[in-house]
Ligand binder design. Structure first.
Ligand code: LLP
Length: 419
């Protein structure tokens, strides 16, 4: 459930009419509900109350400081994949001992930064990375806590771009190879083995792939114990899907109870890295209709948001719901909703049945709270849009709209061109 609902045909976020926000901040903008974010986090996290666990929100899904702070205040940790995400997370006040660092290509500076900060663990993707972490830790006089990210070779049956747990994917160490790599890791003086990690993909709408993965991971944990390699943490990554259209993913409670069952006999803390399931349906992108164009084959509604603001439809052919901010009785039309960018791939929806719209009307692109703003860019020199948080009757701009000056910040013209 989310907090974007109609009252007398007008869409509200919590108790704020979205029109009112548009009047104040202009369009387009991202809008999040404080209550939905809190509620989704609490529902997810409390579903695991039966066992030792830590919910580490995946920062890549939504990295706004305010959004992170909401989860930090609820006791959450974070899953990061870069120095930049660590910087954001620390600025949101996260406890460094609740930070896990994933990602296939961590650089030396990022490793140093995270070691200095004292994070909970590095999810290591290769033996070369392990050697590098050991060297960096030695140089700065620390011990790095690590888990190896294993690739369990399980098909999560999701979009190929967001499937990560197959041998053909670039992620992790093949699970059959892991024992040997753990033995090598054990020999490294500045490495402390604490966990086993894995993440099989995103927008997964079945339980089975998670359960099978956890079984394989459990087997590995037990084998490692026989070799006196103690494992404290099992990190199962993120990946639980949401309803964008007609998907029927398991409820977090079903997900949790299936996992809890598997965790019974291994005495480990379970780490989860949810992103989408918490933030996805807690945010929308609000955009204004600029023009209507009726061709012989198609009708195009050109709006002021584009693929640079929300790339999921263009990149994955993803479905995002479209809803008018003010509902009208009357006719419907079938149209492509497109942005102002000079690419045919710039669309937010295709062949969608929507109410008849006219220039100036506002629409909401639904389910845009995860991988929305974080994947936005300045393509076509479009300033990135503001982010707004609604809470009860109030709303707060939590990131300003970028200005033209922001677009050229850091650029300079070499002297030889200034004739
Ligand atoms: N942990 C790791 C190591 C990950 O790589 C990811 C997502 C997550 C956790 C969080 O997954 P979630 O719970 O959100 O499914 N841009 C794509 C999604 C890419 C996901 C990348 N990794 C999209 O818009 O659908």
């Amino acid at each position: 459930m989310h907090d974007f609902q109609y009252h007398q045909n007008e869409l509200y976020c919590e108790e704020v009419p979205i029109n009112k926000i548009a009047d104040k901040v202009g369009t387009p903008f991202y809008l999040y509900s404080n209550h939905t974010l809190e509620n989704h986090f609490k529902v997810f996290d409390s579903a695991f109350n039966g066992i030792d666990h830590l919910t580490c929100f995946s920062v890549k899904a939504n990295s706004n400081l305010t959004v992170l702070k909401i989860f930090v205040n609820l006791g959450g940790g974070v899953d990061i994949v870069s120095g930049g995400e660590l910087f954001r997370a620390l600025n949101s006040g996260v406890d460094p001992s609740k930070v896990v660092f994933s990602g296939v290509g961590k650089g030396i500076k990022e490793l140093e930064y995270a070691l200095e900060a004292g994070i909970l663990m590095f999810n290591v993707e290769s033996t070369q990375e392990l050697t590098t972490i050991n060297q960096v830790a030695q140089r700065i006089g620390r011990k790095a806590k690590i888990a190896l990210r294993v690739n369990p070779h399980i098909d999560p049956q999701t979009h190929p771009y967001i499937s990560t747990g197959l041998k053909k994917n670039k992620f992790g160490i093949e699970i059959n190879q892991a024992l040997e790599d753990y033995r090598e890791a054990k020999k490294l003086k500045h490495i402390e083995i604490v966990g086993v990690d894995c993440h099989i993909g995103s927008q997964i709408t079945e339980l089975q792939p998670f359960v099978e993965t956890l079984r394989k991971v459990k087997e590995l944990v037990l084998t490692l114990r026989q070799e006196a390699i103690e494992i404290q943490y099992v990190d199962l990554g993120g990946g639980l899907g949401i309803t964008y259209h007609q998907e029927q993913p398991p409820h977090p409670r079903e997900y949790a109870s299936a996992l809890i069952k598997e965790m019974q006999d291994i005495n480990c803390t379970l780490i989860l890295e949810p992103g989408r399931v918490i933030a996805g349906n807690a945010g929308i992108l609000v955009t204004k209709v600029l023009y209507l164009k009726k061709g012989t084959e198609k009708t195009f509604v050109t709006v002021d948001a584009a693929m640079n603001d929300l790339i999921r439809p263009s990149l994955y052919g993803a479905f995002q719901g479209i809803q008018p901010i003010v509902k009208t009785e009357g006719e419907e039309m079938v149209a492509d909703i497109v942005g102002p960018i000079c690419e045919s791939g710039d669309f937010l929806a295709k062949e969608r049945t929507i109410p008849c719209l006219k220039p100036g009307d506002l629409i909401a692109v639904m389910s845009a709270g995860a991988y929305g703003f974080t994947m936005s860019s300045n393509y076509n020199s479009r300033p990135r849009v503001p982010e707004v948080l609604a809470r009860e009757k109030e709303f707060y701009v939590i990131r300003e709209r970028e200005s033209y000056e922001d677009l050229i910040r850091g650029e300079m013209i070499p002297e030889f061109l200034n004739k």
